[in-house]
Write a protein that binds this ligand. Structure first.
Ligand code: SF4
Length: 633
């Protein structure tokens, strides 16, 4: 079909809108744009031009994907503080997820409104999904929100490497919208850092990833806090693949860990700790209670997280491994992998400063020249000195040791797929210099063994008493749900040689926890001699006695329950009871007089009714006809 003949084109032509392109004359009004973002739900907004220096590290990637980008709109969404702070991490993660969804929703709303105004815009995700084909070894995000937010004046990075908003503190999530237009005014970074340098984030981090001097051990944080994200998931899959059978799998991954992974897969990946966010007191809205009582802040927020029993995930031989074992007696350290296996030399060189373990490099002062051969050819100089690393392209300065390696073999060796002895023997890897230096170098970059030692993890016991609640049936008489619970047997009265009255009270003290109408019964949910049984008895006491309830039971020669009640049950026993039930009632409202007829122990409902009517001074007439067997002599 000729495109001009297509119905859509025809309709557009007929409407006169064909050829109409939304053209925006000049820059967009920055205030209008901010107003739009706030109306869409953002709690604060800032604008940055694409040329800003702070965006240098990510500009090329942004423009590669969206070459038309001129301005970045950065915004924050507040999180609710208290859920983030408590020890139950399911509650914290719920808030992270909620605020995350909200952030993505707001970004989508902004983009939709801009589209309606003829402005081209996109909303890279707040977190996930990301570009997983780049994982590991290259950035998986389209936009790194934190630098954009800093440049847009929405806060500064705290020691814990999260953005601290001057008002909302670190209880924010970040979103970014890319626009194809210039704006009338952009924002600048705020001129102070709201971080208080209180070091509470340092004190609470389970893996020692945050250092007081601002250094950050990315690998430690990634391995533990992000255990149920892509790296830990990779490791989990490898453990499944490597396990010989179910028993072997359970030795590697215990039941709570499997359940936790299921939870993350089903409801969204959960952070293991994120304690640094929980304890941070910075920000105008947050700081007040901390300033008033720092000890209370430590006692109520910091200490419970430090004392929380939990499993800490580390790569064996790393700084985190050492810190966690030294610092926490109440936590179990478990060596794992983290999926950080670079597959290109470029990825490897990018990774090195990130996975470098400063404490493992103590005393090392050396220059390493690497020449990688093969398709992924590269020269690199790595200097390790004073527990710091620098990675530079090319062979620079005097080398302490030279390593020439086939790129594929070296990457395979790091992934534990290739054996170093074989590589040296086949000259796929060649060393010129002291081999002990290479060993010291390897120590700075510990990588996980695929085979793991079993680590016994004993989960913290819950204080919740598990109980299966019974179905709570409605009482046909009152239409209300029957009460179900335990009453305490307070007293047993021998009424005749084979009849006893059992008197029950509320075990917590106070009134009987249900009401009844005179004539109704209660039902025992019991197990005499281990036989689960339900048996109903009329309540002999009147509804007007609120502090106790009575039943009167005759011992039947072959009665399972009546014999048990008479012979086995003792004062102080708790008995499960459902009550009330029954339609055989008289409350005094049914007529001006009543005739009650009962024989033997069957008199119990009449007792309840007669007692109730006299207790309440019912003005009617009561006729009571009873008969009993004479006492045997
Ligand atoms: S906890 Fe203290 S040191 Fe850490 S980021 Fe917050 S204010 Fe800064």
């Amino acid at each position: 079909m000729n495109l001009d003949d297509h119905p859509t084109v025809r309709q557009l032509r007929a409407s006169g809108r064909l050829g109409e392109t939304a053209s925006i004359a000049g820059p967009i009004d920055a205030n209008e744009l901010r107003k739009l973002a706030l109306e869409c739900g953002a709690h604060d907004v800032g604008l940055v031009e694409i040329g800003r220096t702070e965006l240098d590290p990510q500009r090329d990637e942004i423009l590669k994907n969206y070459p038309w980008t001129r301005t970045l709109l950065s915004f924050v969404v507040k999180m609710v503080r208290e859920p983030v702070r408590g020890t139950p991490r399911s509650v914290s993660n719920l808030e992270f997820h909620r605020a995350g969804y909200e952030t993505n929703e707001i970004a989508a709303r902004i983009v939709s409104c801009l589209q309606d105004s003829g402005i081209r815009a996109v909303n890279p995700s707040m977190g996930f999904p990301m570009e997983m084909q780049n994982n590991p070894g290259a950035a998986i995000w389209i936009v790194s929100h934190k630098p954009v937010a800093v440049a847009a004046g929405l806060g500064r990075m705290g020691i814990h490497r999260n953005l601290i908003h001057p008002k909302f503190g670190n209880f924010v999530l970040l979103g970014t919208v890319l626009l194809d237009q210039d704006v009338s005014a952009v924002d600048q970074s705020i001129d102070y850092n709201p971080c208080l340098e209180c070091n509470l984030c340092v004190a609470v981090c389970p893996v020692g990833a945050i250092k007081p001097d601002g250094a950050f051990n990315f690998q430690a944080c990634f391995t533990h806090n992000y255990r149920e994200f892509m790296g830990g998931f990779n490791d989990w899959v490898e453990q499944i693949a490597d396990a010989k059978d179910a028993i072997d799998y359970r030795k590697r991954v215990n039941e709570p860990e499997t359940a936790s992974m299921w939870q993350s897969l089903t409801y969204g990946a959960n952070y293991k700790s994120a304690y640094c966010l929980a304890v941070c007191p910075a920000g105008e809205d947050v700081i007040g209670p901390y300033l008033n009582d720092k000890a209370a802040h430590r006692r109520e927020i910091v200490r419970p997280l430090q004392e929380r029993p939990e499993t800490i995930y580390v790569v064996a031989g790393t700084d985190a491994d050492q810190v966690a074992r030294r610092k926490w007696k109440n936590k179990t350290v478990k060596p794992v992998g983290n999926g950080m296996t670079p597959r290109t030399i470029s990825g490897l060189l990018t990774f090195m400063p990130i996975v470098f373990q400063p404490e493992q490099s103590r005393g090392l002062d050396a220059v390493f020249h690497f020449t990688f051969t093969g398709a992924d050819h590269r020269d690199a100089t790595i200097t390790i000195k004073d527990r710091k690393i620098t990675v530079r392209e090319g062979l620079i300065g005097k080398a302490s040791i030279r390593v020439t390696a086939d790129a594929k073999t070296w990457l395979g060796f790091l992934a534990k797929e290739k054996n170093i002895v074989w590589a040296l023997a086949t000259r796929k890897i060649r060393i010129s210099g002291d081999p002990r230096l290479l060993l010291a170098f390897g120590k700075c970059f510990p990588s996980p063994e695929i085979k793991r030692k079993h680590v016994e993890v004993i989960p913290e016991a819950s204080l919740i008493v598990p109980a299966i609640r019974p179905f709570e049936k409605n009482d046909a008489l009152t239409g209300k749900a029957r009460w179900y619970g335990a009453l305490l047997l307070k007293d047993i009265e021998q009424v005749t040689p084979n009849v006893k009255t059992f008197r029950f009270v509320n075990p917590k003290g106070g009134d009987i926890p249900f009401t009844h109408v005179a004539g109704q019964y209660l039902t025992f949910d019991i197990a005499p001699h281990g036989i689960a049984t339900r048996r109903s008895y009329t309540i002999a006491s009147p509804p007007s006695w609120r502090d106790r309830i009575e039943i009167t039971v005759k011992r039947e020669q072959f009665g399972l329950v009546s014999r048990w009640l008479h012979d086995e049950v003792a004062v102080g026993d708790l008995m499960n009871i459902e009550a009330p039930g029954g339609m055989f009632v008289f409350s005094g409202r049914e007529g001006p007089s009543v005739v009650l007829i009962g024989g033997g122990v069957g008199i119990t409902p009449m007792m309840s009714i007669a007692r109730y009517l006299t207790d309440t001074q019912w003005p009617g007439t009561i006729y009571l006809l009873t008969s009993f067997l004479p006492r045997r002599t």
